[in-house]
Write a protein that binds this ligand. Structure first.
Ligand code: NAP
Length: 313
């Protein structure tokens, strides 16, 4: 291994080449392979470039005794055990901001797709249903409908701004009211769900928000409601969600994230009222390159002893 940076996880070829060329990084495909590296190799590692949803916690950190930084490829750092990092004096960085627009765009695309039935309409044309004289059923109007944003952070605000431009009425829940252009604040997520037609989840993941979209939130959204989740699967009580979708107590859902992804619950496959996406919120060439750049900038700053551009811990 050259250098003291170890890239862990899945990277595309260009990003991996840049990690190697700029930082001398070696690469392993996942944290479960760390134990297979010899002790001298592990002892040399001071920086980890991390990518993926697999847990990176105390056990992995303890295999790297000189570790000083875990630079995450992504804004969501819930795979990394922050308490374990803090306890060991290990810095954690993420990639906020550069992916906000793409994730917000996908959320809006998913909401529109569900409202207008685009996937089923495509099938209707391809299968000859249209040419055969069938009538395509009327769909839902977005303008004037009510959108609820659960978590008005960077991405939540970008989604709200886009949906407002479509003429939607914007409601939101955060831990405290925020400055907005007149959007309605709801202190209680159940009240938010009760008052909207579409509920978009834009929370952080991790233990603090696990099951935040509870059975009660799903019931409150109701048979005409649609849940859009671009945050993390852990934010939603997935069993309650599946039960409600299967019995029509929730109208529909559009999901980019799941518990246990990519091996998602097979019950989802059977549901025609759900749009399924492969966790692709930030997956454009430009944004992934910007995320990779920011990840490398954090590691370069660490090696040079400069302030970290985007620290979490
Ligand atoms: P952000 O600006 O930090 O916003 C985080 C939101 O989570 C805020 O609204 C915040 O609430 C809320 N939150 C944080 N801790 C909470 C707690 N303990 N209880 C309740 N709410 C809490 O982050 P962001 O840049 O918008 O990113 C949001 C998330 O999107 C990421 O963490 C990631 O999981 C997800 N994401 C998904 C994709 C994808 O590919 N689908 C891509 C990028 C990111 P307040 O408003 O009260 O501060």
């Amino acid at each position: 291994m050259t250098g003291t940076t170890l890239a862990i996880g899945a990277y595309d070829a260009d990003d991996l080449a840049a990690l190697r060329d700029e930082l001398g990084a070696a690469h392993v495909a996942g944290p479960d392979l760390l134990g297979g590296l010899d002790q001298a190799t592990r002892a040399a590692v001071t920086a980890v470039a991390y990518s993926g949803q697999a847990r990176f916690g105390a056990a992995q950190m303890d295999l790297l005794p000189r570790l000083g930084i875990v630079a995450n490829y992504g804004v969501g750092y819930d795979a990394i055990d922050l308490a374990a990092a803090r306890a060991r004096g290990v810095a954690v960085t993420n990639t906020p901001g550069v992916l906000t627009d793409d994730v917000a765009d996908l959320a809006v695309a998913m909401l529109l797709t569900q409202a207008r039935g685009l996937v089923a309409a495509d099938r209707f044309v391809r299968s000859g249903g249209w040419a055969g004289g069938g009538a395509w059923p009327l769909q839902r109007k977005i303008g004037g409908a009510r959108a609820g944003i659960l978590g008005l952070g960077r991405i939540g605000r970008a989604i709200a701004t886009r949906l407002a431009a479509f003429g939607m009425e914007i409601h939101y829940h955060s831990r405290a009211p925020k400055q907005t252009p007149g959007w309605a604040f709801h202190a209680d997520p159940v009240e938010l769900a009760r008052g909207v037609d579409f509920l978009v989840v834009a929370l952080v993941g991790g233990p603090e928000t696990a099951g935040y979209v509870s059975a009660a939130v799903i019931e409150a959204l109701g048979p005409a409601g649609v849940l859009v989740n671009i945050a993390r699967g852990s934010c939603v009580d997935e069993t309650a969600l599946l039960d409600a979708l299967e019995t029509g107590r929730l109208g529909g859902a559009a999901l980019d994230v799941f518990r246990n992804e990519p091996d998602i619950d097979p019950r989802f496959h059977a549901l025609s009222n759900v749009l399924l996406q492969p966790h692709q919120g930030s997956a454009t060439h430009a944004t992934r390159a910007a995320m990779a750049r920011l990840q490398r900038d954090n590691i370069a700053a660490f090696h040079a002893g400069r302030p970290l551009p985007t620290p979490v811990v």
